[in-house]
Design a protein around this ligand. Structure first.
Ligand code: BDR
Ligand code: CA
Length: 308
């Protein structure tokens, strides 16, 4: 059983990550934390609350950081819509934001459960970076960190930078150098999970509210990705959850990664450096695409069976 704190900037592919995590008996969500990223915090929080309500997630939903550590906000309305999760329509909800500070929650939960908690970050890494700065013993108390972000080659927001890193490079540098065991799902791997109309159709046929939300959101996401990226969307963030459920789907190399926080041209670039044994990241290289899609279908079937 993986006990996870899931930090999200919901977000279309974030939503699929949340759906998969909520569906699977091998994962226990301790909390969701919404962070500024794809859209400003008030939107990512609203989207996360709506989804948690629809999926009947009992874990608390916290408001995380409203802005990156140092840089100005960089959002992605063209890809995810003005509200960050264009497509699905939600009615009134019961789920309310959890009172209290997200960073304090992270520190308390991890320090009270040493070696037990996996922190999953699928938006900018601002919340975890703040927690690591406030409580330096956090890195030693985490079971592991699993993040979506980075690239060893071309970026997706600038020619050299991937969005989650570009949106808070200083936070990414703090997290990647913290010394905890880290698994990194970068574009090298996540771009192997580009979906297709058949997969959307398969999940539509599953039926239920989760499938309906998926199909409505993929309608918008596919259109925006086809327009701006000239391809169907990749399931970037769900790779982190798929890894926790079925690690054998992925292969890795061990790398030491530095984030460019200085240069204007390459701001947010992740560079693979000479290996430093104290700072090794398991950097995802390949995913079994068909196995990954089958896991996605299975997660939606489980939600339907649970009446969601
Ligand atoms: C990442 O950027 C966001 O737009 C997605 O949700 C994902 O986390 C991909 O680069
Ligand atoms: Ca995301």
């Amino acid at each position: 059983m993986e006990r996870i704190i899931l930090d999200v900037d919901t977000g279309h592919d974030d939503a699929v990550a949340i759906e998969m995590a909520a569906s699977h008996p091998g994962i226990r969500i301790e909390a969701l934390i919404a962070v500024n990223g794809n859209s400003p915090l008030h939107n990512t929080l609203e989207n996360t609350l709506n989804l948690a309500d629809a999926l009947r997630i009992e874990a608390p939903v916290f408001a995380g950081s409203p802005a990156p550590l140092l840089r100005s906000r960089a959002n992605a309305p063209a890809i995810h819509g003005e509200n960050g999760f264009a497509g699905p329509v939600f009615g009134p909800r019961k789920k309310q934001v959890q009172s209290g500070n997200a960073v304090e929650f992270i520190i308390r939960t991890v320090m009270d459960n040493p070696g037990q908690i996996t922190f999953v970050s699928v938006g900018p890494y601002t919340d975890l970076a703040l927690a690591l700065r406030v409580e330096p013993r956090l890195a030693g108390a985490l079971k592991q960190i699993v993040v979506m972000g980075g690239t060893s080659g071309q970026g997706n927001v600038t020619p050299n930078a991937e969005f989650n890193i570009f949106a808070d490079p200083e936070a990414a540098q703090i997290v990647l150098s913290c010394g905890a065991p880290i698994v990194m799902m970068g574009l090298d791997c996540t771009l192997q999970t580009i979906i297709n109309p058949q997969l959307i159709e398969d999940i539509r046929k599953t039926g239920g509210r989760a499938s309906e939300i998926f199909c409505a959101s993929m309608g918008f996401y596919a259109e925006s990705c086809l327009k701006y990226i000239h391809d169907y969307p990749a399931m970037h963030d769900p790779c982190c959850i798929a890894y926790l459920i079925k690690p054998q789907l992925f292969s890795f190399t061990e790398e030491t990664i530095e984030v460019d926080t200085k240069s204007e041209l390459n701001y947010g670039r992740t560079s693979l450096m000479w290996k430093d044994p104290g700072h090794i990241v398991r950097f995802a290289r390949r995913v079994d695409r068909e196995g990954f899609f089958e896991l996605m279908r299975d997660c939606f079937r489980r939600l339907k069976e649970a009446g969601i």
